[in-house]
Design a protein around this ligand. Structure first.
Ligand code: TXA
Ligand code: MG
Length: 317
């Protein structure tokens, strides 16, 4: 297991020596390394068992520093940055030559984000390189929203976990590409409505293709280890014992299933709260030894509900 703490100096030290540190952000915990050092970045892929075709996000402390890694910042990207950075928004732009191919999987573009978390902002300001950081989970599994989640799965493979408390947004960042017309590649912690306030004409393309540009776009992703199905598609005859069913539900308990096997996302029907609790709910049910099958339901398709539904559909795919 890794050491967990709040020692920024230690985190800086490890990163400067090319090591791995899990860092808190407002979205999910990231597994960070020096993003301009290929050897350090390779350790991320190794620890996560991540396929090398899946490019990483570079994190910096300011828009100003983004100029060191991207070619030029399109006007509309500037507008989004002024509106939402630091925050749960990642932008894909043409990269500069100093960004290693390993970070971008050989693409000519790079994904960048200025995260909004006090520890990580201070850490990023204290170093002179950007941090490459995917979500700190084994590839394909649920993203971590606490230091403990990181430790449970990757603790043996990283040097230090910087504990910044539970993530306040709870969903990965929204990704917007500026390689062609502005396009949302991944729904996430910044709602489509808020982005459309700044770029009304923005396109959305979050569907997987044979060569996805974002594996968060893969049909099956963010999945727990247990079987998980949408409640409408669930065949109750296939299970004899309702005590073995767990449920991840929005606002109300489902009938027939013991309440202790159910996880409510938001009693008040608040989609921001539901987003924040989603991954902890999935993990809690996945870890409950009394549960064999998880059933779930979609939430209203608005605000962060779009991103929640996206994750639920991929988890149940
Ligand atoms: O909230 C987040 O974005 C978190 C925190 C740690 O910042 N990070 C995160 O990283 O979710 P990751 O690696 O799990 O997801 C990043 C996604 C990947 O699906 C990747 O394919 C996409 O970003 N991506 C990275 N570079 C890209 C590029 N040049 N073009 C298109 N997609 C890219
Ligand atoms: Mg991820």
């Amino acid at each position: 297991m890794a050491d967990i703490g709040q020692d920024l100096g230690r985190a800086k030290d490890i990163l400067e020596r090319g090591g791995l540190v899990a860092i808190p952000t407002e979205t999910v915990y990231g597994l960070a390394a020096n993003g301009l050092n290929s050897e350090a970045v390779a350790k991320i892929f190794e620890a996560k068992q991540r396929p090398s075709f899946d490019p990483l996000i570079l994190h910096t402390s300011s828009l100003d520093r983004v100029n060191n890694i991207v070619d030029n910042i399109p006007d509309k990207a500037n507008d989004l940055a002024s509106a939402f950075w630091p925050g749960p928004l990642t932008m894909v732009m043409n990269k500069q030559e100093n960004v290693p191919d390993l970070v971008t999987s050989g693409l000519a573009s790079v994904a960048v984000r200025v995260p909004n978390h006090d520890f990580t902002k201070a850490l990023l300001e204290s170093i002179d390189f950007p941090l490459a950081a995917p979500s700190a989970n084994p590839f394909g599994y649920i993203s971590p929203v606490t230091a403990e989640h990181v430790n449970q799965q990757l603790g043996g493979r990283i040097d230090y976990i910087l504990d910044g408390g539970p993530c306040t947004v709870g969903l990965e960042s929204t990704i917007v590409s500026f390689v062609n017309d502005p396009t949302v590649l991944r729904l996430g912690g910044l709602s489509l409505e808020r982005i459309k306030n700044v770029i009304p004409s923005i396109k959305v393309n979050t569907h997987s293709s044979s060569k996805p540009t974002a594996p968060g776009m893969l049909e099956s992703h963010y999945a727990p280890k247990k079987t998980i199905e949408l409640k409408d598609q669930f065949d109750s005859n296939s299970i004899v014992d309702f005590f073995q069913i767990g449920a991840l539900v929005f606002q109300h308990y489902l009938e027939d299933i013991p309440h202790e096997n159910q996880y409510l996302l938001s009693v008040n029907g608040d989609l921001n709260e539901a987003a924040q609790r989603l991954f902890t709910g999935l993990r809690t049910l996945d870890a409950n030894p009394n549960i064999e099958t998880i059933i779930t339901e979609l939430v209203p398709e608005e605000g962060l509900g779009r991103a929640i539904n996206d994750r639920i559909k991929r988890a149940t795919a």
